[in-house]
Design a protein around this ligand. Sequence first.
Ligand code: NI
Length: 189
Amino acid sequence: MAILKVARMGHPVLRKVARKLTAKEIESDKIQSLIENMIQTMHEYGGIGLAAPQVHESIQLAIIELDEQNDRYEGAKGQALEVYINPKITVIDTAEQAFWEGCLSVPELRGLVHRPRKIQVDYLNRKGKAKKIVAEGFLATVFQHELDHLSGMLFIQRMKEMSKLSFIDEYQRYWAKDEEDDSEGSLED
Ligand code: NI
């Protein structure tokens, strides 16, 4: 296993539309060991998700793990570690919610992002089996942030008000305890 280098904003790999994986590729040693290395990398950096383009692989694969015990995400519903391959998002409820987002590929920044509050994701797991999951609230935002990476999108492009783009220190000083907006927490993938 290995800790992988994370691509940062400005690297072209983060802006490409990632390609789908074939069933044969999914079961290959190459992809299975990439998955292991991505899990180790996500844990090393304390993220709650990691998409393959963030480790320089332009393929439709992402991992998400949301630990309920992590008090950074207090109140959020947990989600066990899972691998999402060739995922497709369907919006179930277009009503928007806002959370402050961060990203290992956009270090030191936080931004307030509005996204649909409830979605369904159809995907293949690491064994190539077709699965689906319905997510709402904070978890729905986590999915949309991660899967955006597979379309070459970063959270900054989803922001409505650039005045809500902040460095982490300033976010914590001026925005973290703000009750005015409808954000309920922050995420860093
Ligand atoms: Ni990200």
